[in-house]
Design a binder for this molecule. Structure first.
Ligand SMILES: [Zn+2]
Length: 268
């Protein structure tokens, strides 16, 4: 029904919700990243309902779809400045180019933030659904590294060699039978960020930026954060509301991004 809005990109942040201090907090879409000039395409045929620039979404297009008698709305955010090709009211075909992937608005490197709503988009995003459950094909991770299986390889050895885990290898390669690895077959061995391990931050953190309406704020959180602390703990300590993506700088000035539920987002 819906196609991926970009081809051959890497999924850098999944759709997710978790409950923290009784509050549900969420990433209401998925992030797909790829470098270069990347066309952003309508996931299905529909009518453009919004096309504008905002501080958070950046250059963004919304498309309303009527599929099988049901209404859906898709959102394509952070597109390249000046690249939007469609105006409100325009009918678009599935696969029609809406603009170019970019880094406008609250964005931390070129990516597409894509939302799918079962029903119309609303302020609380209560209709947001996990796009991965609706998209017809899996986005190939073009910038993931791959490993060609050699005689005698085990998943454990491969995981160790690439700094990942057997569990992650199995998740990234669902069709692979760990007990009968095929020599010559390619495994996706996308590595985790070097300084981020599982659901724990392992770098010393100096600053945390968080989203708090109506604008981005920055708090110096040195002292709040210690080696190995989990992000839910940070969020509780800082009483951060509405936050869903965090920008972290470590002591060397490198920037890391994580979601509120502790999932790794991106490293620049
Ligand atoms: Zn996003």
């Amino acid at each position: 029904m819906f196609n991926y809005p970009v081809e051959d990109a890497k999924l850098t942040s999944p759709f997710g919700r978790d409950v923290l201090n009784g509050r549900v907090r969420s990433h209401f879409g998925i992030d797909l990243a790829k470098s270069g000039a990347v066309n952003v395409k309508a996931a299905a045929a529909g009518v453009v309902s919004q096309s504008y620039r905002s501080d958070s979404y950046g250059e963004v297009v919304f498309v309303v779809h009527n599929l099988g008698g049901k209404t859906y709305e898709t959102v394509y955010a952070h597109m390249r400045a000046g690249s939007r090709k469609v105006n409100v009211g325009a009918s678009v075909k599935q696969g029609q180019v809406l603009g170019l992937m970019g880094n406008t608005g609250y964005s931390y490197g070129q990516h597409l933030h894509f939302e799918l709503h079962a029903g119309r988009w609303n302020e609380t995003k209560s209709n947001a659904v996990d796009p991965l459950k609706y998209l017809d094909k899996v986005a190939p991770a073009s910038n993931a590294s791959s490993h060609t299986i050699k005689s005698g390889d085990t998943l454990w050895d491969i995981a160790k060699a690439y700094g990942t885990s057997v569990k992650d290898l199995e998740r990234l390669n669902p069709s692979v039978d760990a007990k009968a690895l095929k020599i010559g077959a390619k495994l996706n061995v996308a590595k985790k960020a070097d300084s981020y391990s599982g659901k724990k931050l392992v770098c010393k953190v100096a600053k945390l930026k968080f989203y708090s309406k109506p604008s981005w704020q920055q708090k110096d959180v040195a002292g709040h954060l210690t080696k190995g602390i989990g992000f839910p703990t940070v969020v509780r300590k800082l009483k951060v509301d509405d936050a869903y993506q965090y920008e972290i700088k470590n002591s060397k000035g490198a920037t890391f991004y994580v979601t509120a539920n502790g999932a790794y987002v991106d490293v620049k």
